[in-house]
Write a protein that binds this ligand. Structure first.
Ligand code: ATP
Length: 220
């Protein structure tokens, strides 16, 4: 899916006013793996959340495959996120009270039959070589295993866009490479990927690097 941002700004209006991203215009092509780099607080996660339809824009427009995301109602946005977006995080965000298999199935629980959901989840766990731990609880897994489970969960509904916020931030070099290989494979399936990272090695493995400083694009 092609993602287009036109003059996008996000300002947080709290005790202090923070202009988290300022006037960003950007096109991300179908099947790109875009790496977003920048110092802490520069606006990387805000940009990711805007693309994922999780944050309202203060100004500007955002189109995903021509659909005007900034004009969607709350319920349309919910459908957009649920069907089009997969999200993975540095801290995995697995639920410790559920098994690996249940964690992967959870987001689709209301939308698929148990049998279909279970089959899809098992298929993904196999693809990601973690099916032997399907009955384990997440607290027993290594960081690399947890991230593979989180990737399976993010991919279960076959999203068109995978958003990755520091996906390798808690991993050692071997696990980092393993997760990046998985992400590359996912891109080859036709999915547009955006990775926020501090890690130059991770960024290099994308198809393009983009730098943000003080909420503005430094290059791209
Ligand atoms: N909900 C919020 N309310 C107020 N300010 C916020 C909010 N979310 C983010 N900010 C501020 O917006 C700016 C950009 O934050 P953001 O999380 O996008 O940066 P980042 O580049 O992802 O940082 P890091 O690399 O440390 O995660 C920061 O100054 C942050 O404090």
């Amino acid at each position: 899916m092609t993602i287009e941002l036109h003059n996008v700004s996000v300002t947080f209006d709290g005790v202090e006013k923070v202009e988290a991203i300022k006037n960003i215009s950007l096109t991300i092509d179908h099947k790109e793996c875009l790496a977003i780099l920048g110092p802490s607080g520069s606006g990387k996660t805000t940009l990711l959340n805007v693309i994922g339809g999780m944050l309202p824009l203060t100004n500007g427009e955002i189109f995903v495959d021509g659909q005007a995301i900034h004009r969607l109602t709350a319920s349309e946005l919910q459908t957009f996120r649920r069907t089009k977006i997969g999200y993975i995080f540095q801290d995995y965000r697995l639920f410790d009270q559920f098994t690996v298999l249940e964690n992967v199935m959870l987001p689709q629980w209301p939308y698929d039959s148990k049998k279909t959901n279970e089959e899809k989840a098992r298929g993904l766990l196999e693809d990601l070589q973690i099916s032997h731990r399907e009955k384990a609880f997440p607290s027993l897994l290594s960081g690399g295993e947890k991230q593979r489970v989180a990737i399976a969960r993010a991919m279960l509904h076959q999203p068109d866009i995978l958003l990755c916020d520091e996906p390798t931030g808690n991993l050692d070099a071997d696990n980092r490479n393993n997760v990046m290989e998985i992400i590359e494979e996912i891109r080859k399936q036709g999915i547009t990927i955006i990775i926020v990272t501090h890690d130059q090695e991770v960024a290099k493995r994308g198809t393009r690097e983009l730098f943000i400083r003080d909420g503005e694009l430094a290059s791209g």
